[in-house]
Ligand binder design. Structure first.
Ligand SMILES: C[S@@+](CC[C@H](N)C(=O)[O-])C[C@H]1O[C@@H](n2cnc3c(N)ncnc32)[C@H](O)[C@@H]1O
Length: 260
């Protein structure tokens, strides 16, 4: 956590210096999210709160949920020091519906979130259990097809080596590096869980939501592999080299509503 809190990628000082500053993630989503004034928003897997604070700056009354006390401590401190009120709740996503109930107009989750959850079906049930009738879901994350690609090849060839579909037990990794910040993490062993796009869409439909938007994009908010190119617009966004850009999507956005 200290690596992320002090990283150039998360750049916490920008939220203190500029009361209007938004994370690159939420800035990219803002045109679709619209004005959140007066809306109750829950941000699942809020991590150190940069997107939570940004959603509050779009006008939402935002509750961030994460199961990491260390991440939430950074998030609460960021909210207080940047004078951007938000509420932070320590909970496993899987228990968030029981804890918070159907109290929200918007469930927001993005970028490196659902891959940590073993069951996308259970996640979608949680989302439905958090929404008021008429409320909406906004999900943007790495495209599951990109996540099948070998990110370690130096030649940049797109070679499929990782699973696409959800599987019991997930897949194990060991890596001392992290996606934001230099230095080595204290706990290098992780397990993540692929979810195919169809599995995610079907989970949302089975939970009773109606799909309103499904978009596949060609940029991503972190550098998935060394051969990705950073956009030259000053944001934390990367894409495939031009000669490979139309071969595989890098992200998807899914929006859905719970019928009123
Ligand atoms: C890689 S971070 C990315 C989050 C966010 N998009 C960001 O960049 O700030 C993923 C977060 O998910 C949280 N997380 C993972 N599994 C969770 C679970 N089952 N319940 C709640 N939080 C979880 C982690 O603690 C971490 O803060």
């Amino acid at each position: 956590m200290p690596l992320h809190a002090s990283s150039a990628e998360y750049a916490l000082e920008r939220y203190l210096a500029d009361p209007g500053h938004l994370s690159d993630v939420v800035a990219a989503d803002a045109p679709h999210l619209g004005d959140l004034t007066g809306l109750d928003v829950v941000h699942l897997q809020c991590h150190i709160g940069t997107d939570t604070v940004s959603l509050a700056r779009l006008g939402g009354r935002v509750t961030g949920v994460d199961f990491s006390p260390a991440a939430l401590a950074v998030a609460r401190d960021l909210s207080a020091r940047s004078a951007t009120p938000a509420t932070f709740v320590e909970s496993d996503v899987e228990g968030a519906d029981a804890l918070l109930g159907p109290s929200f107009d918007l469930v927001y989750t993005s970028v490196g979130a659902i891959t940590w959850l073993p069951s996308i079906a259970r996640w979608a049930q949680v989302v439905a259990g958090l929404l008021r009738p008429g409320g909406r879901l906004y999900l943007r994350d790495a495209h599951p097809m990109l996540l099948t690609v070998d990110e370690t090849r130096a030649d940049g060839e797109l070679v499929i080596t990782h699973p696409y579909f959800e599987r019991a037990g997930g897949q194990r990794w060991s890596d001392t590096a992290t996606y934001a910040g230099d230095g080595e993490v204290a706990s290098p062993d992780t397990i993540d869980f692929p979810h195919g796009l169809g599995e995610t869409v079907q989970a949302v439909l089975d939970a009773g939501l109606q799909l309103t938007r499904l978009h596949e994009g060609d940029t991503l908010d972190w550098c998935f592999a060394p051969w990705m190119e950073r956009l030259d617009d000053g944001t934390q966004r990367w894409r495939l080299p031009a000669d490979r850009r139309d071969l595989v999507p890098t992200e998807f956005t899914l929006e859905a509503v719970l019928p009123g």
